[in-house]
Design a protein around this ligand. Structure first.
Ligand SMILES: [Zn+2]
Length: 489
């Protein structure tokens, strides 16, 4: 999070905090995810296509990844593909600042790639295949169909980048948790159609679409590495092996009928373009360690209720009781006075007749109010709310705890403990935490990937992870001069 606060609330992000929450799923198929709020927001059928610009709600949740080179790459390839697609339009393409390996399209015609997925592509042909797949969901209007079918419009509040220590980390418990909560699934038929369109469009703009299939293998390896649920993945999606074979076949056919003999792969230029890419969680925007949330840039810390899941995003930090029975959201409540902030917050979250009380929390001036949030629609139930606002210098932060009225009293102590643990961050080891980055190295002689990683100073505990990042096995031989990725500060 970075302090963009109340505007995000007013767009309805918190207004749709509806209980009960959907059950968690660890499905990790980029090809099957898109944000629920984007769907919810797009429901008015008459809304014109506005895909050229990124949706402010998506940016509020993920943040833009400020990298002119990558942004230029995705825009150039996206526009080229849109022009030759089945439904040309004024579409837009954006790289967002999330470590999660994902790409998604919103029905209004905007494609989002995370910096996480950019780190895992190994050439432009893979990148273009996935870009074509996502564009295919737009041109085939899969999202519009899904909006009509969707019954889970209310779960958008769990949108956001995940507080995972590192997406690839196979242990740690919070890896990609909750991802399934914020992404809807396309049908198997839609995914197959989008694969076919990805092949078609990327071939048409000159790429070797068979590399798209290779990226499925990378995805499958990341899923195995992170320990996510393969059965869930397989239950609703084309089997990865089948998908691989099918896309290879489609790519071969597309090449034959393309009327040319050479197709671009552009491995080296792609790898050069991701030199310096942030890899994994960016701790500058806040990170979790031992059930404490630390924010080095904003210089605060507070404890997370024991055993709760959490999610960080640019505009808020959310904690959820494991069974979804209670939610605690930490966010900025603006400047000015505590009274002004409290009344603005109460209005934004729809709490009327709140009882407010000035107090002190852990030495900070504070204001606490409690009340009922009215249900937003038939799908939701009303929630009881405890808001604790803390003034830290010029900033005012709020801990907003929500639970159903019947169970509220059992969660109130946990809401209070989190706020009472709010403190200034003074530990240098936390304040100075920096993200990792992708760096591109050159093989100095014919050597295995493992040897190349060793010579670049990568610890052996990360060889397997880096093999996946490179789309190789650790035993694969790199000829002299071949580029490869390493991860470091
Ligand atoms: Zn898809």
């Amino acid at each position: 999070m970075n302090l963009s606060f109340l505007p995000a609330l007013r767009t309805g992000a918190l207004l749709s905090l509806l209980l009960p929450l959907a059950s968690s799923s660890s499905m990790t198929d980029w090809a099957a995810r898109r944000p629920a709020t984007a769907s919810a927001r797009a429901i008015p059928a008459a809304r014109p296509l506005q895909g050229a610009k990124p949706d402010p709600a998506v940016i509020a949740q993920f943040g833009l990844y400020n990298n002119a080179k990558l942004q230029q790459l995705i825009t150039a390839r996206g526009k080229a593909m849109a022009a030759i697609s089945d439904r040309p339009g004024d579409y837009g393409f954006t790289v967002v600042d999330s470590p999660v390996i994902n790409a998604f399209a919103t029905p209004d015609g905007h494609v989002y790639f995370t910096r996480g997925i950019m780190a895992y592509f190994n050439d432009e042909a893979q990148f273009s295949g996935v870009l074509g797949h996502e564009l295919g969901h737009i041109t085939a209007q899969h999202g519009k169909k899904q909006q009509r079918n969707s019954t889970i419009a209310g779960i958008g509040m769990l949108l956001g980048s995940i507080v995972a220590p590192r997406v690839m980390q196979s242990v740690g418990g919070v890896v990609q948790q909750g991802v399934g909560l914020w992404m809807l699934k396309y049908s198997r038929g839609d995914e197959n159609e989008a694969d076919g369109l990805g092949v078609k469009y990327s071939t048409k703009i000159g790429y070797d679409a068979s590399h798209m299939a290779d990226f499925f293998q990378t995805l499958q390896r990341t899923e195995e590495q992170s320990g996510s649920s393969i059965p869930t993945f397989l239950s609703s999606h084309p089997n990865s092996a089948d998908r691989y074979t099918r896309v290879k076949q489609l790519a071969a056919q597309a090449k034959q009928s393309a009327g040319r003999s050479t197709f671009a792969v552009n491995r080296d230029s792609y790898l050069r373009s991701i030199e310096g890419l942030t890899f994994g969680e960016d701790p500058r925007q806040g990170f979790v360690e031992n059930s404490v949330f630390y924010h080095p840039d904003l210089k605060f810390r507070f404890p997370i209720p024991s055993g709760w899941k959490s999610q960080n995003s640019p505009d808020k930090f959310q904690m959820q009781e494991p069974n979804g029975k209670a939610l605690l959201v930490f966010l900025g409540a603006g400047g000015g006075s505590l009274d002004e902030a409290a009344s603005g917050l109460a209005k934004a979250i729809g709490v009327a007749n709140a009882q407010a009380q000035k107090t002190t929390i852990n030495g900070f001036p504070a204001l606490v109010f409690e009340g009922d949030q009215q249900a937003q629609d038939q799908q939701s139930s009303s929630a009881h709310v405890l808001a604790q606002l803390i003034q830290d210098g010029k900033s005012i932060y709020a801990f907003v705890g929500l639970a159903e009225p019947a169970s509220f009293s059992s969660y109130a102590p946990q809401f209070q403990q989190a706020a009472q643990g709010y403190a200034r961050l003074t530990e240098a080891s936390k304040l100075n935490r920096q993200p990792e980055h992708i760096h591109i190295r050159t093989a100095t002689g014919t050597q295995t990937l493992a040897a190349a990683l060793a010579s670049a100073g990568v610890p052996s505990s990360r060889y397997q992870e880096l093999a996946i990042v490179n789309g190789m096995k650790t035993t694969d031989k790199l000829p002299k001069g071949m580029l490869y990725k390493v991860v470091g500060k």
